[in-house]
Design a binder for this molecule. Sequence first.
Ligand code: PLP
Length: 421
Amino acid sequence: MDHFLYRDGVLHAEDVPVAEIAAAVGTPFYCYSTATLTRHYRLFDEALAGLDHLVCYAMKANSNQAVLTLLGGLGAGMDVVSGGEYARARAAGVPGERIVFSGVGKTRAEMRTALEGGIRQFNVESEPEMEALNEVALSLGTVAPITVRVNPDVDAKTHAKIATGKSENKFGIPIARAREVYAHAALLPGLRVVGIDVHIGSQLTDLEPFRLAYRKVAELTTALRADGHDITRLDLGGGLGIPYERSNTAPPLPVEYGAMVREELGDLGVEVEIEPGRLIAGNAGILVSQVIYVKSGEGRDFLILDAAMNDLIRPAMYEAHHDIVPLIEPAAGVEYAPYDIVGPVCESGDTFAKARQMPPLKSGDLVAFRSAGAYGAVMSSEYNTRPMIPEVLVDKDKFAVIRARPTFDEMINRDTIPVWL
Ligand SMILES: *Cc1c(COP(=O)(O)O)cnc(C)c1O
């Protein structure tokens, strides 16, 4: 459930008419709902009630400082994948003991920053990384808490670009080699093994792949304990999907996911961490855009919007579907017609939807892309020298710009011209 609903025929973000925000900040822009972000975090927190647990928001989904401050304030931990994200989490007031560091290519500089600033654990993904972390920790006279990310060779049945738990993916170490790798870790004095980590992919719409992976992790927990390792914590990753298409069957709910976790892992006496990103932020955001032109083509008509692939790359990159709705609710009984919905960028890939059934729209009308709060703003670029679009946070009847649109001068002046030119 989200808080972007029609009231009296106009789309609201919580208690604010979205058109009012558009008038104040200009289009296109991202708009996030405090109530939805809060609700989604709490759903996960409650789903794991009764287990010792920490919800570590995967901040790569949406790392605006206001979003991090909000979630951190609710008690969320953070899953970070770069030194930059670590710095953002700390700047948002999240203590090191609530930050886990994931990613296949952590540099020594990133390890140093996190060890000095405080870290809950590193999720280590390879033996070379293990050795590097050991050296960095020893050079700082400290010990790094680690889990090893195992690759359970489970098919997540999601888009190939966001599946991470098959043996052909670059992530983690094969689970069959785990005991050997943990034995290696135990010999390194700069490391302290605290648990196991697994993350099999994103936008999963079925619990079965999770269940298979967690069952393998449970077996591994028993085996590693028998080998003498102190496994007290399991990081179960993120990946629970969201309903991008209202018309489709909905993916499992956090409460169902939580029940499955309890079934598979509840008896192990471990602390559980989860790293949801998309499910917390995805349906908590919309992208608002204006129709520039309605263009008739051969055999098809185009809606040309002022938002483009540089603002929301998911359709171009993952063939992703976003529901696109007008800010004015279509009257009952109006006739829908198919449109290709595109942006102004000079690439055919700049297409948000093909033959999408839409109500009548004209130049100047406003539309909202639903489910745009995760992997939207964070993946945007300034391709075609289109400014990064503003982000706005709504809380009941208030809203605030939480990242402003840069001016052309600001964009131009980021470049420097060598003295010889
Ligand atoms: C991307 C990622 C997540 C978050 O995935 P969602 O699908 O957004 O929940 C969690 N953990 C790791 C290691 C990731 O790479």
